[in-house]
Design a binder for this molecule. Structure first.
Ligand SMILES: Nc1ncnc2c1ncn2[C@@H]1O[C@H](COP(=O)(O)OP(=O)(O)OP(=O)(O)O)[C@@H](O)[C@H]1O
Ligand SMILES: [Mg+2]
Length: 301
């Protein structure tokens, strides 16, 4: 079946709180309408064209994980389309790709957990023997499993690339107590998610979380897990049966697009090359496959 064309941008008659690389966030008063479009970014640049249905898959997968971790405070307020305000339901194209969330003050640090060495972590290790200030044993290589998962925070840059930072640097940015709390929470969620994913034949090599502070909670300021949760955009998912130390496993995530971009000779600063149809469709299939494998269900597209 041919999918609907990608939804690249929304323009609702509501105040726009933020337009990120992937999401359009509208102000509903006490809450936000959090809409995932079909935009795709790689190396911090939005690519063209989008990936049809990607926003629906990301939204529904995040909701799956937030519910899976029902004991951890998250930002979801309403996920049922039929319960959305009529002014939102007037825009049927948002169905399946939108949730209503708590308004939070975003903690300006990306909370990354890594169980395997790859990507920017591997690069840093090769140069210094450390990742974000954490000294690792010698002799590790591409895709090595770490003795235990590590917390590797990064700055959230408004423009340009996020930068890996040490835990000490994070403490200086957000304060010691909050930094320790977010480190522990990040590792706890990662460990539980990775153990679950393993039962479904998937390795979560690493993942990035965002947290916010709900300043209007009745119980005072509380830490809330926000944004997206354990999706192919925020994580590296590897099929366990294809895993081998020393090489990059095939993946169910954005790596496929990154790898294709690397073959084009693009300098990562000028306008990126247009994704060929074949890459778009293959990426869509990979996102759907990740959803099916991890949740055991079908995304509503
Ligand atoms: N509950 C929330 N309250 C306030 N802001 C939120 C909430 N959940 C997510 N956000 C923010 O909304 C934005 C989501 O947009 P998107 O994922 O497209 O951003 P992005 O391109 O990844 O940019 P960024 O680098 O800022 O994350 C992020 O900036 C995220 O921090
Ligand atoms: Mg984001």
């Amino acid at each position: 079946m041919t999918p609907m064309p990608a939804l690249l941008e929304t323009s609702l008659p509501l105040p726009l709180a933020r337009r990120g690389k992937v999401r359009d966030v509208y102000d509903l008063g006490d809450t936000y309408l959090f809409v995932a479009t079909d935009r795709i970014s790689a190396f911090d640049v939005v690519l063209s064209p989008g990936i049809p249905d990607k926003g629906k898959i990301l939204t529904q997968m995040s909701t799956f994980w937030f519910r899976h971790f029902g004991d951890i405070e998250n930002h979801l307020v309403e996920t049922e389309w039929d319960a959305f305000p009529a002014e939102v339901r007037a825009h049927a194209e948002l169905r399946g790709r939108s949730v209503i969330v708590r308004k939070c003050k975003v903690v300006p640090v990306e909370c990354v957990a890594r169980g395997y060495l790859v990507g920017s972590g591997l690069k840093e290790y090769k140069e210094t023997g450390k990742v974000c200030g954490i000294k690792l044993e010698r002799g590790l290589t591409t895709a090595s499993r770490l003795r235990e998962p590590i917390f590797t925070p990064a700055t959230k840059e408004e423009t340009g690339h996020d930068e890996n930072i040490s835990f000490e640097r994070m403490c200086a940015i957000v304060g010691d107590d909050l930094a320790a709390q977010l480190r522990d929470l990040t590792l706890r969620i990662y460990q539980r998610a990775a153990a679950y994913a393993e039962t479904r034949g998937i390795i979560i090599a690493d993942t990035k979380f965002e947290f916010g502070i709900d300043e209007h909670a009745t119980r005072g300021n509380i830490v809330v897990w926000i944004d997206e949760a354990l999706t192919p955009d925020s994580s590296r998912f590897w099929p366990a049966d294809k895993y081998a130390v020393g090489s990059n496993p095939p993946s169910f995530d954005k790596q496929f697009v990154r790898d294709w971009l690397e073959t084009t000779g693009w300098d990562k600063t000028s306008a990126p090359p247009e994704l060929p149809d074949e890459v778009v469709m293959k990426t869509r299939e990979k996102y759907i496959e990740a959803f099916r494998t991890l949740t055991g269900g079908e995304p509503e597209l």
